[in-house]
Design a protein around this ligand. Sequence first.
Ligand SMILES: NC(=O)c1ccc[n+]([C@@H]2O[C@H](COP(=O)([O-])OP(=O)(O)OC[C@H]3O[C@@H](n4cnc5c(N)ncnc54)[C@H](OP(=O)(O)O)[C@@H]3O)[C@@H](O)[C@H]2O)c1
Length: 265
Amino acid sequence: MGGRFDGKVVWITGASSGIGEALVRAFSAEGARVVLSARRESELRRVASSCSGPQDNLYVLPLDLDQADHFPSLARLVEKRFGRIDILLNNGGIGQRGSVVETLMEVDRRIMETNYFGTIALTKAVLPAMIARRSGSIVVISSLMGYLDTPLRSAYAASKHALQGYFDCLRAEIAGDNIDVVMVCPGFVRTEISRHALTPTGRKHAQMDRAQERGLSAEKCAARTLDAIAARRREVLIGGLEVLAVPLKRFLPGLYATIVRRVRR
Ligand SMILES: NC(=O)c1ccc[n+]([C@@H]2O[C@H](COP(=O)([O-])OP(=O)(O)OC[C@H]3O[C@@H](n4cnc5c(N)ncnc54)[C@H](OP(=O)(O)O)[C@@H]3O)[C@@H](O)[C@H]2O)c1
């Protein structure tokens, strides 16, 4: 037992499924004290009971990213239980499958609310204590879609582009405070994201898409995320060949635009 994160307090959103679930198990195995947050309490309890670390080191704390008013009091509960927050892992989020023309504005807003506003609001609830202690890490599970564009992902890409800009600014702003801001940009990871993704009317897409099915395991994505945090990286791109799309778009944007218009799911 024990490891690079021995005794560290790590607050993980989206801990009930996918990448967040794998992150909980990975941090627990490395000796961290882990706060598990998402909306579905029963799933959080399932994830907690699957961990190899001591159960006393796990704290199930339900949270809805769309309910930012509750974040300051939830942060106080974490501090009461574990004394401080060393790492905030902003992972919770929702995907999209729908065209610009068909997608209702309320769905566009909901995706921004969860992925962007929820994430920045929780960060604001945690950051002042980190600055006062001159120690901590803010980690964001963004996406390659923080850099890229494909059809049918307009609001999702917008939310992830927004996170990239916001947290790059934050990193510069707190450069003298000894706090790391780590942007994690996965490509395709085998999780429930396509099943949970919102259709144009806000229903669940409810299908496992092929790209996700063939993607990296959530465990590998989590392991590389822990490595990036331990190495104090500013950013890490995680995935298979799809990662090459980022330099392709940057250096050959015309070719990228021709390829990407063929994506239909
Ligand atoms: N899988 C991929 O290919 C991929 C690629 C790039 C980036 N990502 C990013 O990775 C992160 C995790 O996604 P995943 O792939 O693990 O998908 P997932 O299996 O669908 O997990 C999403 C998690 O977010 C939580 N969540 C959703 N809406 C929430 C809300 N309003 N409040 C609180 N929690 C909420 C869900 O929990 P509840 O439903 O219990 O609330 C769930 O735990 C997301 O930010 C996603 O954008 C995924």
